[in-house]
Write a protein that binds this ligand. Structure first.
Ligand code: ATP
Ligand code: MG
Length: 253
């Protein structure tokens, strides 16, 4: 059995008056990788950003409906969006390390959230997060150097390590491999498979092959509606919805 950690009920997301996400009902399991797919502009990034209250940081943007995360409605009265974002980490298409040292990138979350009990605890957290993403051996002797000196693939793993160090419960990734070469992509995909042992992982991807490799479930969107949900075997080879069939055949998106 799987545990649902996110439950969306009639979620709609707007930019001004424009309703981009339309009454989506969706459940996402803990400790699985859920992929959001669909044609360009269908709202994948918007629904992803709705899951951790990032959407509303765009001026004029708002959300209606309910998003339960671990049984709490994150859009409920009195919920602090900053706490929500601390629990639900996010990684973007283009790696975005802070213009700080490698160490200070990873230490950022633990410091802001007051997670580390001492300097040595902080150092252990930084080391642990970098090991987790397979970067430790590459950077152990240059922790004080700028993170901007890393390669794109290393930067993306650094950013994932930064998210992990903040001890989130879920990690949202928006096309995390689109700026990476095939080798770096393979490393990030392997990492995603590992992360799901401990976290809820949601990934937006355009790549059918990538969805086939990493996803346990796929949610397929079309003009802001979720039109089909299921395992990759079903969605990628024998979907029920004609619009998904058309997408797979390359006729849309
Ligand atoms: N800041 C914004 N203001 C107004 N409309 C926006 C804004 N950002 C996105 N949109 C609109 O919302 C819709 C969904 O965009 P979104 O970025 O979520 O799509 P997507 O599925 O992630 O697309 P892609 O695959 O190209 O990344 C699009 O019609 C887009 O034009
Ligand atoms: Mg997008």
């Amino acid at each position: 059995m799987t545990d649902d950690i996110f439950r969306c009920r009639k979620v709609s997301s707007y930019f001004g008056d424009k309703k981009i996400i339309k009454e989506v009902d969706l459940s996402i399991s803990d400790r699985r990788v859920t992929a959001f797919m669909g044609p360009s502009g269908c709202g994948k990034s918007t629904i992803l950003r709705t899951l951790n209250r990032m959407h509303e940081t765009t001026p004029g943007a708002h959300v209606t409906g309910e998003v339960f995360f671990a049984s709490e409605n994150i859009y409920g009265d009195g919920v602090d969006p900053v706490d929500v974002r601390a629990q639900i980490g996010m990684v973007f298409q283009k790696p975005n390390p802070f213009p700080k040292s490698i160490f200070n990138n990873i230490a950022f979350g633990p410091r802001v959230l007051g997670l580390a009990a001492s300097r040595s605890d902080l150092e252990a957290r930084v080391e642990g997060a970098l090991k987790r993403v397979g970067l430790w051996d590459d950077v152990a002797d240059r922790l004080e150097e700028s993170a901007l000196g890393l390669s794109g693939g290393q930067q993306q793993r650094l950013v994932i390590a930064r998210a992990i160090a903040a001890e989130p419960r879920a990690i949202l990734l928006d096309e995390p491999c689109s700026a990476l070469d095939p080798n770096a992509t393979a490393r990030v995909e392997a990492l995603i498979r590992e992360l799901r042992e401990q976290y809820c992982v949601v990934i937006v991807t355009h790549s059918l092959a990538q969805a086939g490799r990493v996803a346990d479930d796929i949610a397929f969107f079309h003009y802001g509606e979720m039109i089909e949900f299921g395992p990759p075997k079903k969605i990628l080879s024998d979907p029920d919805d004609q619009r998904v069939k058309d997408y797979l055949a390359g006729r849309t998106g």
